[in-house]
Design a protein around this ligand. Structure first.
Ligand code: PSU
Ligand code: MN
Length: 303
């Protein structure tokens, strides 16, 4: 059994202490529609290369966790119907030589195993609305409690229970740091009803927090909340209307469990006539760029 396969680029960059940023594959396989997902996967990688940062898109292919994909690997996560794989699914995929697109949790876990310290995604998973009845809470949170990686996201989607998600991150001692904001963003919108205790002004400030985090012996993740730029955010009223309709559709369709997030995302793209998708892509690009800058600052202080 091959534990991890590092692409030659990623292996060389890590060995030399050059900046590397992990990218997840569930956003490509399940979070974005085809064929835009394939273009997006390639674009996110290119944005990092343009910054002098090595991209490490992570997925499990034929039983082997891949840290960095070649062109065919990127095509596969975009075109094949891959299972959505969280941390608990990894040993099963490995033992059966099966493939899966990794969630934030599984990507963070594998990236940290490979020694990668910075990760860009769109939105973090969290506590679902109604979780006090259903117990539906993403393993993204429990994984970040035990995984030393800095995740850049645009907050969590307003389809989740944001208050409960922030409480859980507090319980797990995962720092949540606003980048240029003291308000927690809600994915398509720059704001939510929740303020943050801590805000920093620059990617270098985040790297400084990472250094202190390590020095204190902390082994948790760090969440960097990076709001979508104002001119790219979704219009608030349209956002409210579409979300309400999507929740109603999920209830009518009887969707539950891990199918909920992909269902809502797909329905929201449809009901918004593609507008939510454009915002999703813009915020993800923005997170990738910021993660690249954090990785550069991190590599600079280490070297
Ligand atoms: N948020 C997004 N797009 C996504 C996801 C979250 O904006 O595609 C995916 C991520 O991979 C995240 C996962 O890790 O959904 C969370 O799913 P669940 O709630 O089933 O853990
Ligand atoms: Mn769930």
């Amino acid at each position: 059994m091959t534990l991890l396969h590092l692409s030659p680029d990623v292996e060389a960059a890590l060995a030399a202490g050059r900046p590397v940023v992990a990218l997840e594959s569930t956003i490509i396989s399940h979070g974005l529609p085809r064929p835009r997902n394939h273009e997006a996967a390639l674009e996110f990688e290119q944005l990092l290369r343009d910054q002098g940062v090595t991209p490490a898109t992570i997925a499990v292919l034929d039983g082997v966790p891949q840290i960095g994909l070649d062109a065919d690997g990127v095509r596969r996560i975009a075109e094949e119907d891959l299972a959505k794989a969280s941390v608990r699914d990894l040993p099963i995929l490995a033992a059966r030589n099966a493939s899966g697109a990794t969630t934030v949790a599984a990507t963070a876990h594998l990236a940290a195993m490979a020694g990668i310290r910075v990760f860009a995604t769109g939105g973090l998973g969290g506590v679902h609305r109604g979780a006090s009845e259903t117990f539906d809470e993403s393993a993204d949170l429990s994984t970040l409690a035990v995984t030393p990686i800095t995740v850049v996201s645009a907050g969590v989607k307003s389809v989740l229970d944001i208050a409960a998600t922030l409480e859980r991150l507090e319980t797990y001692s995962v720092p949540v740091i606003g980048l240029g904001t003291t308000v927690f963003p809600s994915f398509w919108l720059r704001e939510s009803a929740f303020t943050l205790d801590w805000s920093v002004e620059s990617p270098a400030d985040v790297a400084a927090v990472m250094v202190a985090h390590d020095a204190l012996g902390h082994r948790q993740g760090i969440v960097v909340a990076n709001p979508v730029p104002a001119d790219q955010a979704w219009e608030r009223e349209e956002h409210e209307r579409v979300l309400n309709e999507a929740f109603a559709a999920a209830e009518r369709a009887g969707v539950t469990g891990k199918a909920v997030t992909p269902f809502l995302l797909g329905t929201i793209v449809e009901l918004s006539g593609g507008r939510s998708l454009e915002v999703n892509l813009d915020l993800a690009r923005n997170n990738v760029r910021v993660a690249g800058e954090i990785a550069r600052a991190w590599a600079a202080q280490a070297g």
